[in-house]
Design a protein around this ligand. Structure first.
Ligand SMILES: *Cc1c(COP(=O)(O)O)cnc(C)c1O
Length: 375
């Protein structure tokens, strides 16, 4: 994708916020608990490699990604820490993972049998490290049946030249909720699986950000710290944070065009906005092709510390705002972040557009350049 380096619209990532969020969480964790920074989906839109490097400086012990390609991207950036791929990888690529020292999540014995056939074709430098996924109630990937799980463990142990039983984990569906009954049910199921093991693997892990923030008692010995490292509350505004998180991402642009329109004049596709009086309208060069959703019509941005309404439909590459007065070309516009003591949080944008901040961060496309405030 072409990056708009010459445009006046950019995502700015404050690496100091990432550093501080990881450092604050590390400080809360018992010494023996490792923190793996979750940097999948290009670091939730923040940039995978710079985020991983900032997290590492703050004490992250490893990384989690969703895809084998993402794991290879980290290795290419010369990150040598443990990496776990959380999604299911095609067993055909198990030798790539083994040779690059990348650990894979495994959810069935069938997968192991297929991977062994692949691994057996080359002389492996080292066994493939696997983390067995237990589906304790998320309904996504992993073992639901204890005896099937134990058969897989046995299979790994009797094929130790191919596999290293490095971890066992589960994922909670409701860790970010006030209601804890379902969480407890999942937790009990996972614990019964772990209790059935003769030997615990190196990593036993259950915690995404929400679990680590609000259910720290069951952290295991590694956490998969995702959205919170970017400074976002996993629950939205539902649960109070145990410490302050610093949002790392801001989104800014400039007014590229400004004009006065008159009562009765319309703005944008469909002519959905009609001026009631004479008013100033500015154009901002970001649109839904950048991930600034079309349904944000009626929301606001900050200009000069003042909230300005988005008028008319968001276009693919531009949108219009109502200004209190004329502003020169080049005047800063803040879509996400702080300006003049006012703040627009990604959560505010999410509330207005009826989604979650996770989704909004991920869909800011690479046409928007990323600028980094270095640690
Ligand atoms: C994405 C993911 C995480 C990170 O979740 P956050 O809510 O961002 O902390 C942890 N574990 C698994 C299995 C995931 O898929």
């Amino acid at each position: 994708m072409v990056v708009g380096n010459l445009r006046h619209a950019q995502v700015t990532i404050d690496e100091r916020a990432i550093f501080n969020n990881v450092a604050a969480e590390k400080q809360r964790l018992p010494k023996e608990t490792d923190l793996f920074a979750v940097v999948k989906a290009d670091g939730y839109g923040h940039g995978m490699v710079p985020v991983a490097q900032a997290a590492k400086k703050a004490g992250a012990n490893g990384f989690c990604v969703a895809l084998l390609d993402e794991a290879l991207g980290l290795r290419q950036a010369l990150l040598t820490e443990p990496i776990l791929v959380l999604g299911i990888t095609d067993p055909e690529y198990s030798n790539i993972a083994a040779s690059m020292d990348i650990s894979l999540a495994v959810g069935s014995r069938e997968w192991l049998i297929q991977a062994k056939a692949v691994l057996a074709q080359t002389v492996p430098l080292r066994p493939l490290a696997v983390h067995l996924a237990v589906d304790s109630g998320m309904g996504r990937i992993g073992f639901t049946d204890l005896s099937e799980f134990l058969r897989a463990v046995h299979y790994i142990q009797t094929n130790s030249e191919y596999f290293d039983f490095e971890g066992v984990f589960t994922h909670f569906a409701t860790a970010d909720s006030e209601e804890t009954a379902y969480f407890k049910q999942q937790s009990a199921k996972f614990n019964s699986f772990v209790a059935a093991l003769d030997d615990r693997p190196r990593y036993v892990h259950v915690s995404n950000s929400a679990t680590s923030l609000w259910h720290e008692a069951c952290n295991g010995n590694m956490i998969r710290f995702g959205v919170a490292l970017y400074g976002l509350n996993p629950s939205g505004d539902a649960l109070k944070l145990p410490y302050t998180l610093q949002p790392a991402l801001s989104l800014t642009s400039e007014i590229v065009f400004c004009k006065e329109i008159h009562a009765g004049d319309c703005v944008g596709y469909g002519a959905t906005y009609t001026a009631k009086t004479d008013e100033w309208v500015g154009t901002v060069p970001i649109g839904y092709a950048d991930g600034w959703l079309r349904r944000l019509q009626g929301f606001y941005v900050l200009v000069d510390g003042v909230r300005c309404e988005i008028v008319g439909r968001i276009c693919m590459d531009q949108f219009m705002i109502r200004l209190p007065k004329a502003y020169p070309m080049g005047t800063k516009v803040t879509l996400v972040g702080e300006d003049g003591g006012q703040t627009i949080r990604l959560q505010d944008v999410a509330d207005y557009s009826q989604t979650i901040h996770y989704e909004l961060a991920c869909i800011l496309t690479n046409r928007l350049p990323r600028n980094y405030i270095k640690i």
